[in-house]
Every structure is written in C-alpha cells, then in structure tokens.
Design a protein around this ligand. Sequence first.
Ligand code: AMP
Length: 448
Amino acid sequence: MSFQEFNLDTAILSGVKAVGYTTPTPIQQQAIPSIMEGKDLLGLAQTGTGKTAAFALPIIHHLIRHAGTRKVRALVVAPTRELAEQIHQACSDLAQDTRVTSIAIYGGVSKVPQLKGLRRNPEIMVACPGRLLDLVGDGAIDLSGIEVLVLDEADTMCDMGFLPDVRRILKLLPTKRQTLLFSATMPEDIRKLTADILHDHTTVQVDPIAPAKTVSHALYPVPEALKKGLLLALLEQTPAGRTLIFTRTKHRTKRLALDLANHKYRVASLQGNLSQNRRQQSMDGFKAGKFDILVATDIAAHGIDVPDLSHVINFDMPDTADAYTHRIGRTGRALQTGEAFTLAVPDDRPMVRVVEKVLNAKIERRRLPGFNYGDFDPEAQFPPDRFIQPQTNGRQFGGNPGNRRPASGQATRRRGPAVGISSGTPSVPRGPRPGNRQRPSGGRSRSA
Ligand code: AMP
C-alpha cells in the first residue's frame, strides 16, 4: 500500500516524501481512511507505531480542504512536554509544503514565545493540559473553534493525574467535533472517558506488544551491588548505537549519568528535576548524536522518539508490564530492529514473570561473558529455561541478527562530555559537534 491511495492533498504527499515515509505503517493504513471520513476513533497503539502521522496527516488534509475560523482548529493534548514538542515537530514537517502551521504549548518555559506564536494564528495546537488551561484562563487561547480533538497517550495522562484537567478542557470545546483518542492500554478511567466522548467511533488496534516483534529481549540476572559494573561491561561489549537507559528514580538517573560520564561516556540525562532547557538540551544532543547514551526516568522519557535507537537498557526493572512495553517501545520503532536488555535482581522475579506473560514469551536469560559475578549464580537465580552465554568472538552479541553490524565496520561508543547530569555541569555541552562526530571503525578503542 502507498500513501497515494489515501487521496491526501498533493502538498501533504510532498511532505510525506520529504520526511522519507514510503509505506504507511499498519496503524496508518487502518486509521487514516476512517479519520478522513470524519469518524471518531479509538486507537489502541503505543508510540513507535507511527500513530502521530496516522492522526496528523488526515488532520492537515481536513484543514487544507475545509475553510474554518482564524481560531485554533485542531487540538492535540499530550502528557509531556517532550511528546508535545515531538508531535508539533512531526506536524510541521508533514505540513511543510502547505499553509497549515502548528504550535506547541507546555509549561516549564516562559509564556512569552508561546503568546507570540499564538498571534500568528496556528491552526494546530499541541498542548500539555496545565499550560493550556493556564493560557485559556489568561484569555490567550480560545478553544471554541476546535474541529478535531486528539487525546494522545491517554493512559499516561491518566497515570500522571491529568484526567481532571482533560475533562476541564473538554468542557471548553464545541460538542460538534471529531475526537480521536490514542492509548496503549485501557485502564478503567480511560474506558469511561472513551464512552463519554467518542461517538459512533471506529476502533483500531495495533499489536499491543508490537515491540516484541522487532526487538530482541534479554535478561541479565545480577545482584544489586554488581549492577553498575555489569552495565559498564555490557556497554563495553555492546556495539555502539544510540542507547537509552532507564532507572527507577530521578536520583538514580542523575547518579548513573554522572558515573557513566566519569567513565568518559558521552551521556546526557533526562529527569524531572532538570529545567526544561536542560531537558531539551539532553534530548536535542541525544537526537543529534552529540551523546550516545541517554539515562532517563519513565516519565521524562515517555513518548520520546529517537530514530535509530539501537538499545534500551533497563538498569532497573520497571514497576509494571505496561512500563516495560512503553520503555521497550523506544527501540525497534516503525519496523526497525533493536535490542532490549534488562538487568534483573532476584527481587525482580515476579515482575519478570508478569512481563513474560504480557509478551507471551520467555525472555532470554544471559550471562555476560568474562564478567565476574562473584558468589552470584545467574542460572540459579533465574532458572535456565533458555539460558544463553553469547558466543560473539569477543566483539558483539545480541539476539536479533537484523540489528548486528558487520564486525569490520563496527562502531564504538565514543566517550566525551555529558549534559544534564549534575548542577555542576555546564548547561551547554562541550565537545564535538554532531557533524564532527567520529565513528571509529573496528575494535572497541576508546577515545577520550
Ligand atoms: P510515532 O509512533 O508516531 O512516535 O512514530 C514512530 C517513528 O516512526 C517516528 O520516528 C516516525 O517518524 C516514524 N514513522 C512514522 N510513520 C512512518 C512510515 N510510514 N514510514 C517510516 N517511518 C515512519
């Protein structure tokens, strides 16, 4: 199937071509025709499936083909600033050859540029609930012209306690509108919300465990005291690529990023205690290739999209199976392949069982070759249903052959500066610019 078959405006197809999409992803194939018919939609899909374009393309098409007011006409509500920024960017990219413009509205930064942007009458607004209500209260935003509403990552908004704000926003919108709700999971509150706001809707569901197909999962049993050592050894042996590491708390994120920086990794961190500017620097630097590793908490990293993310490492086991799927959804996106490593301590056994149930598969257990586990016996702690000691000629390992790089051209992680890892680090990262990024090939030599 091709994008031409949707009968999208040619200016949109030109944007699609410019961003490099050739084939619609399954959610796009299922959702776009129904949204273009004007129907409400429930999209059961997580990030990584291409859901942003699934709603952005028909919305841009609608805005081009139907005249409207000079007020905001399409509202996308998202839980985090990073996600709002990302959706805004996707809309701008896809609409680059049209007159449709978009704005991102979120807190933690000055209102002034946002107020200035609003004066340019953008038709699409991507907003986090708090700042949106704030600006509505200031009289700076009028939502009475909304024709299409998207609630993105509704389950995360629920987890983050935004549902009362969302319901307040709903009261400010015209009742005659098209509503699209996307959620990876359907907790009771979202089920209720769906029943309240969707009318005669279509449901599209894209493999709730989609990442499992393009991501190879591996579990590294380890005692808590050896976790950091194992991570360092793992990074040492893992082919370079962009790696996202998850920890349980903001403090652990900060600590681990500092430790990795001390080992000369090019690392940034993303956690709620950082200012929005620092968070943005971490994200931008990671996306631009200035940093090879991003250490993050679940909330801070929610919904972020980094192309070519090769590895997700759970330094700490997530609290829920949903969180596991969300984290792992960062890699193997849009049909790419990736690897997901989880460092599991004996206390994590119950959660491992839950995750395996959701994935409907046993996660491969691995013992890291050459690592000194001391008295700890990984096989005994996590029984060796499929216990694997990767034989990788000392260079690389990993379950999914699609993700392997040829040994001769193998890149290594370059070590360098860090950002966002402590109050003492400079706010602007030092070191090489993305364009100067070196990718030494062969072996795993380190550069300082
Ligand atoms: P999303 O689930 O919307 O966050 O999208 C995940 C990633 O897939 C983003 O990097 C998109 O740019 C990319 N993507 C979306 N649709 C397509 C497509 N049809 N072909 C290739 N990549 C896509």
